[in-house]
Design a protein around this ligand. Structure first.
Ligand code: FES
Length: 68
């Protein structure tokens, strides 16, 4: 689903950017994708999509196997 019509950015692209950059920083992710840089009407939905994607992304999985 398109989040930013002006730049043609989908929710999947935002999710992929969160995963690839291991970041939930809206400024960084949205700026990198160009989201909100035209009319700006998508920013609220884009940030919501980003926060939801970040909540599902296991950034710190490497510490989960400390059992010895
Ligand atoms: S819809 Fe994203 S900048 Fe216009």
């Amino acid at each position: 689903m398109y989040v930013c019509i002006c730049k043609g950015i989908t929710d999947k692209q935002i999710q992929d950017a969160v995963t690839a950059r291991k970041s939930n920083n809206p400024k960084e992710i949205l700026k990198a994708l160009g989201v909100g840089s035209d009319c700006g009407s998508c920013v609220e939905d884009a940030v919501k999509t980003l926060v939801e994607a970040a909540a599902r992304t296991p950034f710190e999985m490497k510490d989960s196997s400390t059992n010895s």
